[in-house]
Design a protein around this ligand. Sequence first.
Ligand code: ADP
Ligand code: ASP
Length: 458
Amino acid sequence: WSVHKFGGTCMGSSERIQNVANIIVNDDSERKVVVVSAMSKVTDMMYSLIHKAQSRDESYVSALDELLEKHKLTALKLLDGDDLASFISKLQHDINSLKDLLRAIFIAGHVTESFSDFVVGHGELWSAEMLSYVIRKLGVECNWMDTRDVIIVNPTSSNQVDPDFLESERKLEEWFSRNPSKTIIATGFIVNTPQNIPTTLKRDGSDFSASILGALFRARKVTIWTDVDGVYSADPRKVSEAVILSTLSYQEAWEMSYFGANVLHPRTIIPVMQYNIPIVIKNIFNLSATGTMICRSPGDENGDGQRLESLVKGFATIDNVALINVEGTGMVGVPGTANEIFSAVKDASSEHSVCFAVPEDEVNDVAKALQSRFRQALDAGRLSQVEVIQNCSILAAVGQKMASTPGVSASLFTALAKANINIRAIAQGCSEYNITVVLRREDSIKALRAVHSRFYLS
Ligand code: ADP
Ligand code: ASP
């Protein structure tokens, strides 16, 4: 099996969906799973109409009609005859049900997460179904898979979901006995709970769907199609000299995506890693580009071994973070204080980093949780303050064994100093694969360019 995933941009219009179908039909692997996102902007539109209904704003009705029109127009350009009629009738039926559901949300002025997940998943249902009709029209037999029938997940304490692979394998066998097929068009993003309540893999989760299916099918390769030539050494929208990385290890790819390279969802790496399945990132608009290959132990593509610069693969930034600084003499020599701080943070935040940067929208809750946990120490003066520094960004340099190699950090800090950038915090030693600094948000792009040019143009 080979798995292909096409993101929202690839599925953005009738021409693009036709293009995806052509790529699939011309792909020479014998058996394939094609995972698709909703058409671009559709998931955003869905979240926005839920928000409107919940805020008792009647315009959710016209927003829903807009979605209907968008999919109808696309289908009209791609399909005809019975295929068109059955797609439109299903679409109309879904829109009617969503109207009822959103009306209930409008009346209640409230929405639960499972209602919301059920609504937003429709984008993937429509795009997958449309694509399967187009592929059949090209003469290739295929089945479409509603992945809520196959991928089972359990919630985690940090508001994420984890796939239950054993149960999903069982579900896949059941599905396959009903739908034996060599070409499967699967919905990205949507999944199910053991209690049969539809849910999602959260924003941008279709990459993760593709790798879960890659693991379930023991695929020989997962190809993620997007709108850039592969993973760049930095976000190409911010650093015009960024270069394509022809290979990355799983760990490097994970670190790049975790620290903000949104070409890949960070959790994508985990399911394929255990079966050694490579991921290839390819550009749907530039088929001749080789792309980026992510695998366990890539060769040294630059051929320059341990050269300092070759250890650093790329840079990424996360904006919208705030720093929390807990200070006081009471922390000196008191074992367990750091542990207590992190456990207080854990109760209030779904995410934190070792350098204690938290997403900006969570900083107030985190600061309050710390203040209440350390009330006594603060009142007694053992802790002087829980300081919040807003408007920060995290800049990470990523590369294999880079952090422990002498000279790399020095080069990084020199580049930042030369660019006159003030570093607010440094996290080093938490992973061999990254060096992370926290700086002012307004310096984020300048810092990214400064470090990139130090390592790539010197
Ligand atoms: P899709 O819609 O195909 O899922 P996304 O829009 O989520 O794709 O991700 C692709 C985008 O990620 C690219 O257009 C690019 O601007 C951005 N990006 C950020 N950092 C990087 C990076 N280091 N390498 C490649 N692309 C990056
Ligand atoms: N459509 C979903 C989103 O926009 C999932 C995805 O595209 O990966 O978040």
